[in-house]
Write a protein that binds this ligand. Sequence first.
Ligand SMILES: NC(=O)C1=CN([C@@H]2O[C@H](COP(=O)(O)OP(=O)(O)OC[C@H]3O[C@@H](n4cnc5c(N)ncnc54)[C@H](O)[C@@H]3O)[C@@H](O)[C@H]2O)C=CC1
Length: 524
Amino acid sequence: MDAPTTTSSAGSDGSGGNSGDWGWFTPSRKPADDRRTPDQQSDERAPSRPVNPIRPVGTEADRRTPAEPAPAPGRGAGGHRTDDRRTDDHRPDDHRPDDRRAPGPAGHGPAAPGPAAPGREEHQRPDEVAPVPQDVRPGPDSPFAAPETASPDAILLRRTMAEVEPISDKVTSYFYALLFVQHPELRPLFPAAMDAQRDRLFKAILTAARLIDDLDILTEFLSRLGRGHRKYGTQPEHYPAVGECLIGALTRYAVTTWNDEAEAAWVRAYTAISQIMIDSAAEDELIAPAWWQAEVVGHETRTHDIAVITVRPDQPYPFLAGQYTSLETPWWPRVWRHYSFASAPRSDGLLSFHVKAVPAGWVSSALVHRARPGDVIRLGPPAGSMTVDHASDNGLLCLGGGTGIAPIKALVEDVADHGRNRPVEVFYGARNDHDLYDIDTMLRLAQKHPWLAVRPVVSDGPTNGLSGRLPDAVRQYGPWNAFDAYLSGPPGMIRSGVDALMGVGIPSHRIRHDSIEELAAAAE
Ligand SMILES: NC(=O)C1=CN([C@@H]2O[C@H](COP(=O)(O)OP(=O)(O)OC[C@H]3O[C@@H](n4cnc5c(N)ncnc54)[C@H](O)[C@@H]3O)[C@@H](O)[C@H]2O)C=CC1
C-alpha cells in the first residue's frame, strides 16, 4: 500500500467537528434510503444520536498525562473546529465525550505499544451478533469467512466486508468524495490524480479489519503503516476524518448488514487501528526523519527501459540488504512507489535502485527517462523482511526475475560482508538474454566468491544459459532442504516460485519475499 490513508480532523461542517454533545467523532449515519451525493449531504447537521466515539489521538506520551475531565456537554471537543485547536489540544481526553471505553479490537484491549494509558477503558463488545440474512454471510471460500474462533466484532466486520467487497469501487469513490467534500483541507495530502491511489486506503483499512483478531500481525502491519504515513504529513488529528467517512461509506453501501452493532464494531476497530498507527508514528518520530531527501548522483541506462540509479541521502539512511523503500520524484508529487535497494549498505552511504520504465508507469518512466544527476527525490523509511538471517547456517536459494535481481544482489553482498561462506545459489530470470541487464555484475560476484553460483534463466528466447521459467529451472537442481529461499520479481513469478519451492520441500517459513499486493501496486 502506497498512499496517504488519513486525512484531517473533525471540524469541517457536517462531520464530527460539530457533533455537539457526543464528542468528536460521530459517524455520519444516514437513513438507508438516503442516496444524495456527498455535496448535498455535506451541509447537513450531525446525526442526532450518540455513538461510540473514535478517539485515537495524540501520542502515547500525551496519553500518559492524567486524564482531564470530559468536556462539558455542548462545548466538548466535538464542538471544536479544527482551526480552533492548539497543537497541544491533541490529548485524547481533550476530545472525549463522557464515554471512556477503551479502543481496541474485541477482547484485546488497547493494541498500542507501551504501557496502558490513563483514561483507557474496556470497550464494549456485543454479547450477541445480530442475525443477518443468509445471502450476505461470507461463504466458506470467501476471504471474509470468519474462522470459528473469530470474536463477535470480527464476525461483524467480516459481514460488512463481504457485503461491500463486490462493490468496493463504488464504496471507495463515495468514501473519497465524502472525505474531500467534508474535509477539503486534506485534499493536498493526496496525489493530484487519484487513479492509482483510489483503492489503496480502502484496501488497507479492510486488511486491518480482517486482521482484527490477530493482534501481533495487526500491530506489525499497522505499525509499519503508521511509520510510513509520516512522509505524507499525516497527523493524529487527521484520523477521525477518515473514520467518519469510512463509516459514512459503509453506512450507505452495507445496507443489509449494517446495524448499531456493526457500526459499534467498526468504530472500535477503526479506533484501535488508528491508535496503533498514531503510536508507531510517534515512536518513530523520536528516532527517524519522516522522509529523506536524496540527490541523484548516478544514472546509468542499461537497456532502453532499465536504468540503475544511485542517490546520496541528505542524512544517514539505515536499512538492511533485501529491504525496499518508497520513493517520490519531483515530477509526480505525492505519488510514491516502492523500490528495492540494489546494494547492501555501503560505507559511502550511497543507495542504488534498478528501475524499469513500465507503460503508464509515471514514476518509473520519470526515473528512467527524465531523472539526471543533481535531481532530488524523496525517500520514505525502509521496509520489508526479505533479509538474511545471519544466525543460520542454511544456504540461500535466490530467485530474481527481471529487475527483481536488485535485492538479490544486495543479499549476496550482505553475505559477503558478513564473511561467512554459506552457499548462495542465484537463479536470474529474464525474458531474453538482452534483458539480463545485470548479468555481468552477478557473474563478477560469482568469480570473486567461490560460495556463490549464478545461473541465468531465459524464458522466451534462445540462450546460452538455462531455458524456461525460473521455478522450473530451480526444480532441476537441488536438493534444497538446507536452504532458505528468497524470491524477488513479478508477482506471477513469486506465486509460482513459492509453489515450486514448497514442492521441492522448503517449508513456507523459510521462503521470503515481499508482499505480492505491494509489488503489484509498485509496478507503476
Ligand atoms: N522485491 C521484489 O520482489 C522486487 C520485485 N520487482 C518486480 O519485478 C518485476 C520485474 O519486471 P520485469 O523485469 O518486466 O520482469 P519480466 O516480466 O521480464 O519477468 C522476469 C522473469 O520472471 C519470469 N516470470 C514472469 N512472470 C512469471 C510467471 N507468472 N511465472 C513464472 N515466471 C514468471 C519471466 O519468465 C522472467 O524470467 C516488476 O514487476 C517489479 O515490480 C522488482 C524489484 C524488486
